[in-house]
Design a protein around this ligand. Structure first.
Ligand SMILES: *[C@@H]1O[C@H](CO)[C@@H](O)[C@H](O)[C@H]1NC(C)=O
Ligand SMILES: *[C@@H]1O[C@H](CO)[C@@H](O)[C@H](O)[C@H]1NC(C)=O
Ligand SMILES: *[C@@H]1O[C@H](CO)[C@@H](O)[C@H](O)[C@H]1NC(C)=O
Ligand SMILES: *[C@@H]1O[C@H](CO)[C@@H](O)[C@H](O)[C@H]1NC(C)=O
Ligand SMILES: *[C@@H]1O[C@H](CO)[C@@H](O)[C@H](O)[C@H]1NC(C)=O
Ligand SMILES: *[C@@H]1O[C@H](CO)[C@@H](O)[C@H](O)[C@H]1NC(C)=O
Length: 932
């Protein structure tokens, strides 16, 4: 499981510029032809065309068929839709019909059918939400195809830092498994950018994701710029936008050993050459337009390699301040800044960009993986929107899976981005920023027939398309999940005003406050549901009927005195008595705290900065071992712990103090991407900690010192050691490796006294591990407790896993074919009837949900809620909580007494909903109720 050798494109500031400088003829100028050369007419037309902004032609919106229309495509009538049109700043929703004809939307709302033939396809969507197809404004789809193989790592050129002449189109692979997956998430269009290891990385292209009958990359491009297949654009055609990728900060810096000063100079150097050429061209054209041919007895000055820049007139700098200064100095506009994780701290600066503020493309919660993203905030979208800046959410696919682009918008909405901006952030806003707002991103008459029909409100967690049209062509043979009626409504999100203010006050680093103890007696009332633990599983003990939230929880010093309805519980305490605090949770809930596993959360702070992390553990199978470690050394995670990471203790922003315990294994020293994979065979001894603690020495900080032994079997760097060699090593460790420091641990594993957690994704490897377990058990007569972590392909051997009583920790919870080993996923609706998770559960395999990366730990409640809603009712909420708590404990070797485990109190909704906010933790071990 080699970590795919790409750098996620995650610079502090990656910008792309929509090219196409506006040239204007100075007023009063006229043409005065004198003695004219043969090419004069052509040259004048060409020069004039340079003075036109790259807008669609005058009659574009009167078109009756799309340039992308595929003859034979049926005319479709979508009846009775709830249509988010994109109009009125995204606030317009109309109930009505949509007609898709010849690749465009020909009518919306109260439609006139008289002009169409009777054989149109009629789909009654019965009031379902319909949006424009989603637009991913920052993607490497096709240039980094999945599964990732060395033969197609084509998005980064390492040939130099200034490469404006490169074109993402030239590497676009048509066999990326991600195309259909992204479409299954409602994504219809992507801007494919070159990677970010270059200061100027090359030109980006807008593509539609559907298959074309030509089967070519070119046929996927939307409005290909005229330079795509010629160096001499046709001056009679309107000019088209082009996009130039720039990157600042760590990615180009790390790759070229450049400081930010070096990167900035590279750009200035490039731009000065380009600027000089542009001046010569301008001079040439002004002379040509004046007929002063005697002054220009040569051809139009052109240099292919600078051509992109020349048309761009765009400058770059290493940070937003530089960028703004340069944009004004050289008078070029900027379409968008990407990843700019500190944009929210300098909104006024962005407003100073020449020609108007750029749009800002953000992740919702991905942050802190590198130094320059340390101040990333989940409140950035709302802060920027309030400042009237345009916000776009993006995937940076495959850094995040483009299929879940809408989830980024859902999270932004949860943290306070108004709903109209949230939907616009993945539709109309990117369309406009790309210069494509005249044909995509809206549901309007004359726009491209790219629409998604949803099974719920688009901002409800887990929203899934039931059908997607691209250029009027249906893309899915869909499995549809029936969802509860409340999923059709806009989620009522919590109020994070106070947290947002504090984030700004502390410039993104608000204090990590573990929260104060509320009082000796704390009574929570107005509770909608109560879940508790019993015999190692989670059960629902109270659910409100008919909207009457009569649940009550009475606690004393962190111990539960009563959990139930008010009539039963209120006798336990006198509400107006001394040392009693009553908290109205406004329809909130009580549930056991969750457990996160799978990232190096407790082992440091910033993945890419080794000095902030535990570091790299040597592997006896792969590395040379220092003599003092001994051949059979084994490291223990508990010795490398670092508390107080911003990903571990976001109690201050109080979204996930529910994740109080964390199981880790020692695998990570290197920069981790979103891909949750080990880089070594040998990991170490896991530990379990409380994320509520700030020091290892605090009471309750260490829940269990040594939980289990962790290994990984898979393809690591350079194919060494082979899978067969790893299995041989494992066999030896479990059969006769009981000497030295590691011996005692493997002996415990072999005798079934300690669980063995093996990360593996491939069904072939998992099957081999199943057989190895049988083989060893037959010999030793002990039962080995084996858990598979990862498990993208585990569903293929679900039956055997169940027979051997081997549990699986799915990580990530929604599988993705990152590598060859994990390519055979079961993607679930709308693709397949069942997810991999559902298949494992159907075979009664014990399943836990893991976490892909440190920043993602906070999203576990959403992952669980999503798993429940995706199952179409097969997994209820209590079972979903089980997947993220008691099941993980069982699989990872934690043996806890139910009454010792913290409870989490939410306000405004249940923990797995995108409506709730954690307000308190009831901690029997820390003997108190903590407000968060
Ligand atoms: C959209 O929002 C902008 C900025 O708030 C405002 O100036 C404009 O009038 C709004 N447009 C419509 C149609 O509501
Ligand atoms: C170049 O591509 C455009 C757009 O795909 C096409 O219309 C044109 O015919 C092509 N020109 C040549 C010379 O191939
Ligand atoms: C960067 O520096 C390292 C160490 O000095 C060197 O090995 C490497 O070749 C350099 N890389 C480039 C692209 O110059
Ligand atoms: C947040 O700050 C704004 C602007 O300073 C202020 O109007 C608002 O009252 C503050 N809200 C909270 C909850 O602190
Ligand atoms: C970390 O990355 C460096 C440089 O790419 C590599 O040499 C080293 O082997 C990696 N370590 C691990 C644990 O993968
Ligand atoms: C799973 O367990 C349930 C309940 O014990 C049982 O009814 C069902 O047959 C089992 N399924 C399989 C595939 O073993």
């Amino acid at each position: 499981m080699t970590r795919p050798p790409f750098l996620p494109c995650f610079a502090l500031l990656t910008v792309f510029f929509a090219l196409g400088q506006k040239y204007y003829l100075p007023s009063g100028w006229t043409f005065s032809p004198t003695s004219v050369p043969a090419h004069a007419a052509e040259t004048v037309a060409f020069c004039q065309s340079l003075f036109e902004p790259p807008n669609p032609s005058q009659d574009f919106l009167r078109r009756s068929r799309s340039d992308r229309y595929v003859p034979g495509t049926d005319t479709v009538l979508l009846k009775d839709a709830k249509i988010w049109t994109g109009e009125r700043n995204g606030t317009q929703v109309i109930r009505g019909d949509i007609i898709l004809d010849k690749g465009i939307i020909t009518d919306v709302g109260d439609v006139d059918l008289s002009a169409y033939s009777d054989d149109m396809i009629v789909i009654d969507v019965k009031g379902a939400w319909v949006t424009p197809g989603l637009i991913d404004t920052h993607s490497h789809i096709g240039d980094l195809p999945s599964p990732l193989l060395l033969g197609a790592l084509d998005d980064n050129s390492f040939k130099g830092t200034i490469q404006p002449w490169l074109r993402s189109l030239d590497a676009l692979n048509t066999h990326d498994d991600s195309y259909p997956l992204a479409i299954a998430g409602g994504v219809t269009t992507a801007l494919v950018l070159p990677g970010s290891v270059n200061a100027i990385g090359g030109q980006a292209y807008v593509i539609k994701l559907r298959e074309t009958k030509e089967r070519t990359p070119t046929s996927m491009v939307v409005e290909p710029p005229y330079h795509v297949n010629t160096t001499v654009p046709d001056p009679n055609l309107p000019r088209r936008w082009r996009h130039m990728k720039h990157a600042c900060g760590e990615n180009p810096g790390r790759t070229y050993n450049d400081t930010r000063m070096d990167t900035a100079w590279s750009m200035r150097d490039a731009y000065s050459a380009a600027f000089e050429l542009k001046q010569r061209q301008d001079e040439y054209c002004l002379n040509a337009l004046h007929g002063r041919w005697d002054k220009i007895p040569w051809d139009f000055p052109k240099e292919l390699q600078w051509e992109g820049l020349i048309n761009a007139h765009c400058y770059e700098a290493v940070d937003l301040d530089d960028l703004v200064r340069l944009s004004n100095e050289f008078k070029f506009p900027i379409a968008a800044v990407h990843h700019s994780s500190e944009a929210y701290l300098v909104p006024d600066l962005l407003k100073e960009v020449y020609g108007g503020p750029p749009a800002v493309a953000l992740f919702a919660t991905y942050g802190r993986a590198k130094r320059e993203a340390y101040r990333a905030s989940e409140f950035a979208p709302r802060i920027l929107a309030r400042q009237e800046l345009k916000v776009m959410m993006k995937s940076d696919h495959p850094t995040l899976n483009s299929r879940y682009l809408l989830y980024e918008a859902q999270q932004a909405h949860y943290f306070g981005l108004p709903y109209n901006h949230a939907i616009a952030s993945v539709t109309s806003t990117p369309a406009d920023a790309m210069g494509m707002g005249h044909r995509i991103g809206y549901i309007k008459k004359g726009w491209d027939a790219d629409v998604a029909i949803w099974d719920s409100h688009p901002l409800a967690l887990g929203a899934t398309p039931t059908q997607v049209f691209i250029d009027g062509i249906p893309q899915l043979a869909a499995y549809v999940i029936r969802k509860p009626a409340n999923y059709q409504l806009l989620p009522k999100v919590p109020n994070f005003d106070e947290q947002t203010n504090l984030t700004l006050q502390y410039e993104g680093l608000p204090p990590l406050d573990p929260g104060e103890v509320l009082d000796e007696f704390v009574v929570f009332k107005n509770i909608k549901s109560i879940y508790t633990r019993s015999l190692g599983t989670v059960e629902s003990v109270y659910t409100a009927q008919d909207g009457n939230n009569e649940g009550v929880l009475v606690t004393r010093n962190g111990a539960v005195l009563c959990a139930g309805v008010s009539t039963d519980c209120l006798g336990f305490v006198q509400l107006d008595g001394p040392r009693v605090k009553v908290v109205d949770v406004k329809g909130g809930s009580i549930s056991p705290r969750l457990v996160t596993f799978g990232s190096p959360l407790g082992l440091g702070h910033i993945d890419a900065e080794l000095s902030t992390m535990d570091g790299v553990v040597s592997d006896p199978l792969m590395d040379s071992i220092y003599p003092v470690q001994g051949e059979n050394f084994i490291a223990r995670a508990v010795d490398g712990l670092q508390f107080g990471s911003r990903d571990a203790l976001p109690t201050f922003i109080d979204d996930v103090p529910c994740i109080l315990d964390w199981l880790i294994d020692l695998e990570c020293g290197n920069f981790t991407t979103a891909v949750p994979i080990h880089s070594k065979f040998y990991a170490g001894i896991g530990t379990a900690i409380s994320l509520g603690a700030l020091r290892r020495s605090e009471r309750g900080a260490i829940i269990k010192e040594a939980t289990s032994v962790h290994l990984a079997v898979g393809h690591f760097r350079g194919g060494q050691p082979s899978i067969s060699a790893q299995i041989a090593a494992l066999r030896r460790l479990l059969k006769d490796g009981f000497y030295g420091f590691s011996g005692e641990w493997f002996e415990k594993v072999s005798k079934g006294k300690l669980p063995l957690i093996i990360e593996a994704h491939s069904a072939d490897i998992i099957a081999t591990l199943i057989l190895l377990k049988r083989e060893i058990e037959l010999e030793t007569q002990h039962t080995i407790k084996l858990t598979i972590a990862g498990g993208a392909e585990a569903h293929l051997v679900a039956k055997e896993l169940a027979e051997e009583n081997i549990g699986v920790i799915l990580n990530p919870s929604r599988s993705y074919p990152y590598t060859w080993e994990s390519r055979r996923i079961s993607p679930g609706p709308p693709f397949t009837r069942h997810t991999g998770l559902a298949k494992l559960l159907a075979h009664n395999v014990t399943v836990g949900i893991g976490c892909e990366a440190r920043w993602a730990a906070r999203n576990l409640p959403f992952d669980l809620g999503w798993a429940a809603i995706d199952s179409g009712g097969k997994i209820n909420k209590a079972e979903a909580i089980t997947l993220g708590s008691t099941n993980l404990e069982k699989l990872l070797g934690l043996d806890l007494r139910d009454e010792e485990v913290d409870l989490v109190v939410t306000e405004g909704g249940e923990i797995l909903d995108m409506e709730a906010r954690v307000v308190a933790v009831v901690s029997p071990m820390r003997k108190g109720v903590y407000r968060v």
